[in-house]
Design a protein around this ligand. Structure first.
Ligand SMILES: [Fe+2]
Ligand SMILES: [Fe+2]
Length: 200
């Protein structure tokens, strides 16, 4: 299926009350394409567009249905960790739906969709790009997004650190549950950048 065809289907599906979500998904496509170009990443633009557009494809599906998919697709400790944080369901179940509806089996695209909420250690370039773009696309105009956006055009790895830092703070402030291992991943990126702590 071509990108244009997929775009039309997604647009149709996300019309009406879901329009803002669609605008966000388009925002991620635009930001990811810009960063790909700006940093000379040379990622296939078609893949960047698909990962950006489809990263939140499962966001409008009922949480109980997402949970069912997750229980089928994951097991062990990872399953336990996912089940603790419903906000991650649409990303971990997302791959299932885009495979089912669009026949997408490209591992890089699927990985980018699955990890766009939590990120992970040693992210592949496309996964990193979507992880950052999701936080900083132009529609996100809260202050931390503006800070992270500035960093993203300077250095993508620093942007990963920043997105984690800001994301962890936000979850803690809201008294929500942090996805297990997130602080360890944040530390891993800090150490990789030779940073002890970072606040800009
Ligand atoms: Fe999402
Ligand atoms: Fe998103």
């Amino acid at each position: 299926m071509t990108y244009e065809k997929i775009y039309d289907i997604v647009k149709q599906k996300f019309s009406g009350v879901y329009l803002n979500r669609f605008i966000h998904m388009e925002g991620v496509v635009k930001m990811a394409l810009r960063l790909n170009e700006h940093h000379g990443l040379n990622l296939n633009p078609e893949k960047v567009k698909l990962a950006g557009l489809l990263h939140d494809y499962a966001k409008i599906i009922k949480i109980s249905e997402l949970e069912e998919v997750i229980r089928k697709e994951y097991s062990g400790e990872l399953l336990e960790n996912i089940l603790e944080v419903p906000a991650t369901y649409h990303s971990f179940a997302g791959a299932y739906y885009i495979k089912r509806d669009f026949n997408i089996d490209d591992e890089e695209i699927l990985d980018a969709v699955i990890y766009h909420t939590t990120g992970k250690k040693d992210m592949a370039p496309l996964t990193k790009l979507i992880f950052i773009s999701d936080y900083i696309e132009e529609g996100r105009n809260f202050e931390s997004a503006l800070i992270a956006r500035q960093v993203a055009f300077e250095d993508l790895d620093l942007a990963v650190v920043k997105v984690y830092e800001l994301g962890i703070k936000k979850v803690q402030k809201a008294n929500q549950k942090l996805f297990k291992g997130t602080e360890a991943i944040y530390k891993y990126y800090l150490e990789r950048m030779n940073l002890k702590n970072w606040n800009c």
